[in-house]
Structures are given as C-alpha cells and as structure tokens.
Design a protein around this ligand. Structure first.
Ligand code: NAP
Length: 272
C-alpha cells in the first residue's frame, strides 16, 4: 500500500521546549494535509541531510544551534538566508536541499500588524542571528535600523555587513528611535525578572517589541507598557515565521489565526 503521508521535522538541540510541533501539527490538520511533524534532537548539523533522506523528510525547521552550521551542507540557499547568514527552513526539492530564512518575514509581519515600517527608525538590541534577520527585514521594508550590542566588534561587524549604524549597549541612552526590538535572550524563561535595558530607556520609543515569546509578556514588555509604549510580542513573529515555512513547503495559505490561537493558549497555560 502506498503511504502518501508527508513527514516534516524540527532539528535542533534542545528541541523538547519547542512549540513548532504543536503549531505546525495543528496547521496541517486544519489544512487537511496528511502530514506528521516531529522534533528531532541532533548534536551535529552535518547529520541533518542524511536524516532527511533516510526518514523521507520533505521539509525541516532548523533551530538553535544549527541555523548557521547547516549552511555548508545544503545544495542551495536563498539570497535572504545567505545575507542573514542563517537558515531556519530546509526543503527537499528535485534540485536537492534548499535553505531559506523565514525569521525575517516573521518579524516583518509582526511589526506590520502594529505599524508601517517604511521610514521608521528601529533600535535593534543584539547582534546574533535574530538581530541579523531583524536588520535585513527592516531594511527590506524601507525602515532604518540601528544595531545596539554588548560586544562592540560583533555589533560593528553586523552593522557593516548589512548596512546600518551601530552603538554600544552601554551608550543606549544616546540612541533614539520609533521602535525598540529586543533580539537578545535576556528575559527569557526561566530568567524572567531580567530585562536588557533599564525601564527609563523605554519612554523614548512609541513601540517596543520582544522577539522572546516565553514568557509571553517579558519584563521588557511589562516595563514598556508601564512607560506608555505600544508592545509587540515575539509570539506573533514565531507564528508568522512558521506560517511562511508552510507556504514554502506546500505552496498553500496557512491558517495563521488558528496557529496564533494554539500558541497563545499554550503560552498562557504555562504562565498560569
Ligand atoms: P545569538 O545568536 O546567541 O545572539 C544573542 C545576542 O544577544 C548576542 O548579540 C549577544 O550579545 C546578546 N546577549 C546575550 N546575552 C546578553 C546579555 N546578558 N546582555 C546583553 N546582550 C546579550 O541568539 P539568536 O539566535 O539571535 O536568538 C536570540 C533570541 O531571539 C532568542 O532568545 C529567541 O528568543 C529569539 N528568537 C525569536 C524568534 C521568534 O520567532 N520569535 C526567532 C528567532 C529567535 P554579544 O554579542 O555581546 O554576545
């Protein structure tokens, strides 16, 4: 008997905490696509192509720490992923393994729900993969990003490569903008009392976004709401980056509202 069910997976280390299986599984069911999506822990990125072949995995999400390490083992990489320097989506095509980055689209979609990016000034805290995706996405949409990072050399490198300004984190009081975006892990569960910046930094920004989605409302977002800023949760970015993965793998429109509901319900349960 022919089995038409399609297999998708998440590769990373660790993977147990990921909400991708819950969110993408719910999306496939709603779309009536006969598919399974499982989380697979891998220690070495170079093992991912072999596992995809052996397990007949059609598409994979790639997460920490393999988003950069996977790149040399792919047959092709999209221009955006190459420029960002990270791949979070791999698709098995007739031409081999194709790498994409959907984090930047997730970030742009999340921001666009709250504001028009074009012409606005964004202060991006951090200089890792999420920061690079943020800077790429903001520039792509006509916004003006500035990187602010703890380690000067790393921040300067990202700013130079992608084409924007840089300021060291200890000089953030001198930086102004319309929207502050945290791409550092500061404030992520279980260290939920921490914030990457002092609360009195925030009143200068109209919008504050955290790319962290666990907890749903980080200390940074609580401080921002207290300072009168509008806040944007990392959960919205997470939903949109996953929705774009489904578009890449299936060519179909994903049920974004359902995906958001499933993710928010789970994160709210975890907060209770
Ligand atoms: P990464 O490559 O490790 O980069 C982390 C950055 O944060 C580095 O620039 C680092 O600064 C800075 N940093 C770390 N600890 C710090 C501290 N105590 N104080 C100040 N700066 C600090 O990580 P990443 O892959 O970019 O991911 C970062 C976060 O993005 C994750 O925690 C995740 O929550 C979020 N994310 C969310 C989504 C989503 O869909 N919502 C998608 C991707 C990522 P130095 O350069 O000085 O070390």
């Amino acid at each position: 008997m022919k089995n038409d069910s399609q297999t998708f997976a998440l590769f990373g280390n660790p993977v147990a905490q990921s909400l991708s299986p819950l969110m993408l599984g719910a999306a496939f069911r709603e779309m009536k696509i006969d598919a399974s999506y499982r989380a697979l822990r891998v220690e070495d990125a170079r093992d991912i192509p072999g596992k995809m072949e052996k397990m007949d995995i059609r598409g994979a999400s790639i997460t920490i720490p393999h988003k950069t390490g996977i790149m040399p083992y792919l047959d092709a990489v999209s221009d955006s992923a190459a420029r960002i320097g990270a791949v979070n989506t791999v698709t098995r095509t007739d031409g081999g393994l194709q790498g994409d980055n959907t984090d930047w689209i997730g970030l742009v979609c999340a921001l666009s729900e709250a504001l028009e990016i074009k012409g606005k000034r964004f202060t991006v805290l951090g200089a890792g993969g999420a920061a690079r995706a943020a800077v790429y996405g903001i520039l792509h949409e006509g916004g003006i990003p500035t990187v602010v990072n703890r380690t000067t050399e790393k921040g300067q490198q990202v700013a130079k490569e992608l084409g924007c300004d840089f300021h060291p984190l200890d000089q953030i009081q001198a930086v102004t903008g319309d929207c502050l975006i945290n791409t550092t892990p500061v404030g992520m569960f279980p260290d939920t009392d921490a914030s990457p910046v002092r609360a009195d930094t925030l009143e200068r920004f109209e919008w504050v976004m955290d790319t962290i989605y666990n907890p749903l409302e980080t200390r940074l977002l609580k401080d921002a709401a207290g300072a009168g800023c509008q806040t944007i949760s990392g959960a919205t970015m997470f939903v949109h980056q996953g929705a774009q993965q489904i578009r890449i793998w299936t060519g179909l429109q994903p049920p974004t509202d359902l995906m958001k509901r499933v993710v928010l319900e789970r994160l709210r349960d975890e907060t209770d």
